[in-house]
Design a protein around this ligand. Structure first.
Ligand SMILES: Cc1ncc(COP(=O)(O)O)c(C=O)c1O
Length: 373
């Protein structure tokens, strides 16, 4: 088999029609308003609120600052129980807030924080659980809610991959205290860079809005040590153009998922990661797990071989956050306490996944993988 002529990357952002974006820019030039809750920001906030039936929403300049603000808004301290199987930002926001992350192992099937292992990690210093709906696979939200209620803990979800996901026919952000969505260009819905917090308790709105705007209350008063988390008009304008395109993009990605699953779903040693019967797909990633003993080749070997064919997959999430030098000194980071995550980091591979990926190219990628055995 010949390599692809042009590189096939793991993802490609939605680029809306440039003329539509230019129209948005004309409006901005007319309004002379570039940031600080301008008309585009207001319009996007209300459109997303409707789109995902969000009880309360605040837009941000990126998902990381949004998550940082979520932690601040709940006044969390001490220790927060979280997953090592995620993007660096998930744990870094705890460290930036002076909180000790406590790593909890992940569930062998969902790869999200394992509810059965959370309670043994709770101490007098624990204030919250920070779960990640990794690849859009929902955390065990009901069990986590029950644990939190039993121990008086708050629950934050990093829902960076889970925009539009529903669990038990409810929008995912209805679970827990606060959910963060990332609108980075690699995400299904994006604003160039951006993010949002969605939360059930409307009394949090005021504090979150102050926190994301330096704590400024009015011309005379600054009431909190806030940060700059504001989404600009240029970002909001991009979001307004991208939002109407995502249902089409999801439909295309869903077809791509079917082709991948048809070819790879029954291959010995390959497991296609799914969201489970009670949830809907965010269509953010297409990921497989490779069991080297059955497939005959390791995940890493497939990753390198695909590169030779000009196909760029991602070893997402490798290495585990608990292995970053800044966290290895934590008792909970010890590999023998995270056996399931230890295996997952060596097995998961995210394959190219974006609406414009041609179905015959998807078939070819599958054939390449299967031919490697
Ligand atoms: C799981 C997860 N959390 C947080 C983030 C950070 O979001 P942002 O890039 O919008 O700051 C990302 C990636 O972008 C992510 O994948």
């Amino acid at each position: 088999m010949q390599p692809f002529e042009k590189p096939i990357l793991v993802t490609r952002p939605i680029f809306p029609d440039i003329d539509g974006y230019k129209d948005q820019l004309h409006d901005i030039w007319e309004s002379k308003w570039l940031s600080n809750n301008g008309p585009k920001h207001k319009e996007l906030e209300s459109k997303i609120k409707n789109y995902i039936s969000a009880p309360n929403i605040s837009l941000f300049n990126n998902g990381t600052v949004a998550l940082q603000t979520a932690v601040q808004s709940l006044r969390l301290q001490g220790e927060v129980i979280t997953t090592p199987f995620s993007f660096p930002a998930t744990t870094h926001v705890l460290a930036w807030n002076g909180i000790t992350p406590v790593f909890c192992d992940i569930h062998p099937e969902t790869l999200t924080i394992d509810p059965e292992k959370i309670e043994s990690l709770i101490t007098a210093r624990t204030t919250a659980i920070l779960g990640v709906h990794v690849y859009g696979i929902p955390c065990h939200v009901e069990e986590i809610d029950q644990i939190a209620a039993r121990h008086g803990l708050r629950v934050i979800y990093d829902a960076a991959h889970a925009f539009t996901t529903q669990v038990n026919e409810k929008e995912i952000a209805h679970y827990g205290d606060i959910s963060m969505f990332s609108f980075h260009p690699t995400k299904l819905f994006h604003t160039g860079e951006g993010g949002a917090l969605v939360y059930n308790d409307s009394t949090l709105k005021e504090r979150i809005e102050y926190l994301k705007n330096f704590g400024i209350k009015n011309e005379d008063e600054v009431i909190l040590p806030g940060i700059n988390g504001k989404m600009s008009e240029l970002q909001a304008a991009m979001g307004l153009q991208v939002l109407p395109l995502i249902s089409d993009e999801k439909a295309k990605r869903s077809k791509i998922r079917s082709v991948y699953t048809t070819y790879l779903g029954n291959a010995p040693g390959i497991t296609v990661l799914g969201v489970g019967a009670n949830a809907s797909q965010s269509e953010q990633y297409f990921c497989i797990r490779v069991d080297e003993r059955q497939f005959g080749l390791s995940r890493d070997a497939i990753y390198h071989k695909l590169k030779e064919f000009n196909v760029y997959s991602r070893k997402y999430f490798y290495p585990l956050i608990s292995k970053y030098p800044c966290y290895t000194n934590l008792p909970s980071a010890s590999p023998d306490k995270l056996p399931v995550a230890e295996v997952a980091e060596k097995q998961v591979l995210c394959l190219p996944f974006y609406g414009d990926l041609q179905l015959d190219d998807v078939e070819r990628i599958c054939q390449i993988i299967l031919s490697l055995r």
